[in-house]
Design a protein around this ligand. Structure first.
Ligand SMILES: *[C@@H]1O[C@H](CO)[C@@H](O)[C@H](O)[C@H]1NC(C)=O
Ligand SMILES: *[C@@H]1O[C@H](CO)[C@@H](O)[C@H](O)[C@H]1NC(C)=O
Ligand SMILES: *[C@@H]1O[C@H](CO)[C@@H](O)[C@H](O)[C@H]1NC(C)=O
Ligand SMILES: *[C@@H]1O[C@H](CO)[C@@H](O)[C@H](O)[C@H]1NC(C)=O
Length: 468
């Protein structure tokens, strides 16, 4: 229990420590409508709202021209229909890049290219073209010496996950892993890019409103959900969804690839059977999400990584097909009137903030006062001597396997092999895991086999790192 209180405490401190580095809020500018303002007017609207990142679904000439010299960073998209051509031939991507990027850059500050959108659920099944297309676009960028300035990614839907509950069990669909997920993550790692994820707590809530609480989905005060796999506490469904993706990447040893949420939103109107759709809920979801992102909170698994999100969407889009909700995700009506009022910038959050000051109110977990805050950055995780050997061994195996701890130093001949005891080896592995998880809440527990210490552990000549 003491160790649990300790780790809660340090998680709490890490929230304060990271709250200066805010994430970013952008918006998706979808245009499946026949009644939208001109792109020039839209750019004025974005500027008036303080929005400085926008994502498009194509490379429309009038839109990219209107965005020139606006101070707004732009993510453009190569539509799914072009993936097979882009995969087949680099001269195609060379030409495409010239006509759709180089023509506007750098007056139009293009920061990323989304190659395809939710490709794995594309009815035309363009999955096999995805990574080759990304590689060809990248090769074309390299020729222009723009590969550092412009990142390449591809938004995936959460349906790419096989498992997402509990969050720590997050895993990709097995049939996607070898053909496309691993090659894509490898590409993202090598190019210093990030995984784009479209995440909609609304869908999960609407489909499971009997088991998921609305307050949990809307970032309102709620008891939270404890992840039975690692003890982490989730206060909202959004964090749980993003961490399921993080866990799925960790399981494939891609902990270092970051996530950008390329779409998230909540409809302000829906059909009768679309449980949860509505203006108040949409305002709560989007407003609280923006507060969450801008106050610098990460997710429980990655508390120090600022969240970057693109809200979906700028406008209600009247030509979208499907249920009523599809046409009602906008923050604005085509008239530019607000559908509901939410803060979109730090200044607006500060002004509208009725929420408690940073670091309080996140949860009602007990906070112990027995460690001074100045020690917050300097903690280690060690094996507790009074747990059964079997349990410790099991936890050690987990840490070095699925857990992704760095266990090379405890192999025979390596620096931390001696003393060759289960306790020393387990301590090394548990600490590696704990540090890799940024000392997050519950990450030094291992079913009670581990606890947090504030003095550097001493085992032979072995040095225990405090960060990765
Ligand atoms: C826009 O992109 C530039 C260049 O990559 C970067 O320096 C700047 O911080 C970005 N601004 C925003 C708001 O993302
Ligand atoms: C798409 O193509 C892949 C690879 O050829 C195949 O494994 C998968 O079943 C296809 N998916 C659909 C929905 O047709
Ligand atoms: C918002 O409030 C925080 C904390 O009080 C402060 O550090 C920051 O400067 C404020 N930002 C703006 C733009 O007002
Ligand atoms: C950040 O915002 C969220 C959502 O409003 C809130 O629950 C949390 O307490 C805030 N955290 C900090 C450190 O201010």
């Amino acid at each position: 229990m003491a160790s649990l209180a300790f780790s809660f405490f340090f998680f709490f401190l890490s929230l304060i420590a990271s709250s200066s580095e805010a994430g970013s809020v952008g918006i998706n500018y979808g245009r499946v409508a026949n009644n939208l303002p001109t792109p020039t007017k839209v750019v004025e609207l974005l500027k008036s709202q303080g929005i400085n990142r926008v994502k498009l679904y194509d490379t429309d000439a009038t839109v990219l021209t209107a965005l020139a010299n606006s101070g707004i960073n732009v993510t453009v998209a190569m539509p799914n229909e072009l993936l097979s051509a882009a995969a087949a031939d680099q001269s195609f991507t060379d030409t495409w890049l010239q006509a759709n990027i180089i023509k506007y850059y750098p007056s139009t500050q293009i920061e990323a290219i989304a190659v395809g959108n939710e490709v794995f659920v594309d009815p035309q099944n363009t999955t096999n073209y995805l990574v080759p297309a990304m590689k060809n676009v990248h090769a074309s960028l390299v020729k222009q010496n723009l590969d550092n300035a412009i990142k390449i990614s591809s938004p995936i839907a959460l349906s790419a996950l096989q498992s997402s509950y509990p969050t720590s069990s997050g895993s990709f669909k097995p049939e996607l892993i070898e053909p496309v997920i691993k090659p894509m993550l490898e590409f993202l790692r090598q190019t210093g890019s990030y995984l784009m994820v479209n995440a909609y707590p609304f869908f999960a809530y609407a489909a499971n409103s009997d088991t998921i609480s609305l307050d949990y989905a809307l970032f309102k005060e709620n008891p939270g959900v404890i992840d039975s796999g690692n003890g982490l506490k989730y206060n909202n469904l959004f964090d749980a969804q993003i961490d399921a993706v993080n866990a799925a990447m960790s399981a494939l040893q891609y902990d270092d690839v970051k996530v950008t949420v390329s779409e998230t939103g909540w409809p302000s109107l829906g059909d009768n059977n679309e449980i949860g759709a509505g203006g108040d809920n949409a305002a709560s979801y989007n407003g609280n999400l923006v507060r969450h992102v801008l106050n610098g909170s990460g997710t429980p698994l990655r508390p120090r990584d600022p969240l970057n999100v693109f809200l979906f969407a700028l406008f209600n889009e009247n030509q979208k097909t499907g249920p009523t909700s599809e046409r009602n995700y906008g923050l604005f009506y085509p008239s530019e009137e607000k559908v509901y009022d939410i803060p979109l910038t730090v200044a607006q959050v500060n002004k509208s903030s009725l929420s408690p000051p940073s670091g309080t109110g996140r949860s009602q977990v007990p906070v112990t006062g027995d460690v001074s805050p100045s020690n917050a950055g300097v903690t280690w995780c060690v094996a507790s001597g009074d747990t059964s050997e079997e349990k410790v061994q099991h936890a050690l195996d987990y840490a070095c396997g699925e857990g992704g701890a760095d266990c090379a130093p405890i192999q025979p001949g390596a620096m931390c092999y001696n003393p060759n005891t289960l306790e020393a080896h387990a301590s090394y592995a548990f600490n590696s895991y704990y540090q890799k998880k940024s000392r997050g809440v519950g990450t030094c527990d291992f079913g009670g086999a581990a606890y947090v210490v504030t003095q550097a552990p001493r085992y032979g000549k072995c040095e225990f790192p405090t960060g990765y």
